[in-house]
Design a protein. Sequence first.
Length: 428
Amino acid sequence: MNERALVLNEADSFRVSRATLVDAEILELERRRVFDACWIYVGHESEVRAPGDFRTRNVCGRPVIFCRDSGNSVRVFLNTCRHRGAMVCRETEGNAKIHTCFYHGWSYDRDGRLDGVPGEKDYPPSFQKSDYGLMQPPRVESYRGFVFLNFDPQAVALTEYLAGAKEYIDLVIDQSPSGEMEVIQGTQDYDIRANWKLLVENSFDDYHLLTTHSTWLDYLKNAGVKMQRPDRDHLLPSHGVGKALGNGHATTDNVNFRGRPVAKWIPVYGDAAKPEIERARAELVARLGEARAARVADTNRNLIVFPNLLLADGSSVTIRTFYPVAPDRMRVRAWVLGPREETPAARAIRLDAFLTFYGPGGLATPDDVEALEAVQAGIAATHREVPWSVMSRGMAKGGDQLNSDEAHLRAFWLQWDKLMRDERRAAP
C-alpha cells in the first residue's frame, strides 16, 4: 500500500479517505493489522450447552469449530484437518463425539485430539497422534458469556481490551434475573454489497434516523407511540449521547422512546402484552433497585466492540457481526439474545420486536442495506474526483456529544487508523 494519509484529524475537521472503502490493498492490510490483532467475537456460550455441542462458523477468514469439550468447557478449534487441510466438520451445528474428515478419514474427538488414522501402522515411528490434534487460536477468552478469540499471542487480556464496553455489556446481562442470557434459536445470514466499515458507522449513527427510517417512525406514531418534538439543539425525539469507550469501542446511549421488551411497554406491543411487561419491570426494580432498573429499561444502546461486533440493546437485544468478503461486499450474521428465564409471553414480544425492526425483512434493516449499497456505489464511481468523506459533526461544541454527532464514529476510525499504521504487522 502506498504511504498516504487515510484519516485526517485536524482541529475542527475530520475526514476519511474514500479509498478505505474501495481499495483491495487496504482490505488485505486490514486482515493482518486489524482482524489478526484484535479480539474478535466467536459466539455466545449459550449456543453450545452440553459436551459435544458445536457450531461451525467463519471468523477472520478462518473456519472454526466453536464447541464444548468432554469436560463441558468452551473451546475453539481451527476447522482444518492436520493431514491435508480439508474442513473436518462440515455441518453448521450439532452434537458429536467424533469429527471425521471426509477426505482421508482422520478423526478427532471433542477435545480436539487426533483419535483415528486409517492405516496408522504404515506411518514411521516418529509419527505420534498426540502431535496432530486440531489447532487452536493462540487466545480464547470470554466475558459474561460472550466468547472471543485473538490470533495475536501477545494481545492484552480480553477484559482490558473491552475497556469501557464492559459497562454496556453488563447492562445487557442485568436484564436476566440470574445473569444468564441466551441466544434464541435461529440465525440471520445475509450479504450487503458494501464495505464492512460502512455498517460499523451505520450501526451506531443516529444522525440518519429521521430520514432513512421515516417509515418506521411513522409506523410508531400511527400505532400511538408518543413522539415528542425534539428539544432545542436536538434532532431526535429523545435525548441521547455518543460515547467513546476506549480501544475503538463506542456507543450511543439514549433515553428510550421506542419501547423495550425488557420492561418498557408501547402500544405497538398490544394491550395483552402490558401485564407481562409490568411483571418484568417489577422484577427489575425488586432485584436492581429503582435507579439501576431505570438505567436498564429506560435507555437503549447501540454498542460497537471494535472492530466488527454490534450489541444493539434497543427494540430487542441483537448480536450482529460482519466480515469483509471483498472491498465492496460483507457477510452479516445476527442473532437475538434474551434472558434465559423469559416466559413464553415475554419471548413472543421480544421476537416480534426483533423481527419488526432488526430483521432483514423488517422496517429498519432493509433501509440500512439500501443506504449502504447506495453509498458504496456512489463512492466506487467517484472516489478519485471526491476523495474524502467528512465526519466532523460535534467537533466544535462543548458538553455532551450527541447521538446525532459523530464523536463515536471518529473513535472507531482513529483506532482503525492507529492499527493500520502499525508497521510491526507486515502486510501479507
